[in-house]
Design a protein around this ligand. Structure first.
Ligand code: SF4
Length: 101
């Protein structure tokens, strides 16, 4: 784990978004972290907002609770579409996902 990643885990607020253009609809993310991800009837995964509603605007983000960080990071690592992006809220730097270091 890089210094940047440790800093992110150590109290930095993180958020996650999905690039639906690359989503294969396999549902791995929704299995790992159903509190954060859900498949819609269109067969694609979306992040969920505070009221459990699916956020369907392109690039929509939702906060990553610290208690779910491992599940969300595992989702990003296992995502076959490589389309789950976890980034730092403060500067939008990607911490986990296809665009991270
Ligand atoms: S794991 Fe990735 S490809 Fe699979 S449903 Fe979730 S976002 Fe889509």
């Amino acid at each position: 784990m890089s210094v940047q990643q440790e800093a992110a885990v150590d109290g930095e607020a993180l958020e996650v978004w999905i690039d639906q253009d690359l989503c294969t609809g396999d549902g791995i993310c929704a299995q790992y972290a159903p509190e954060v991800f859900e498949l819609d009837i269109d067969g694609l995964a979306y992040v969920k907002g505070a009221d459990d509603e699916l956020l369907q605007a392109p690039g929509a983000t939702t906060p990553v609770p610290l208690t779910l960080l491992t599940d969300v990071v595992d989702s990003a690592k296992e995502c076959p579409g490589e389309c789950i992006h976890v980034r730092r809220v403060s500067d939008r730097a990607e911490i986990y996902g296809p665009d991270s270091e």
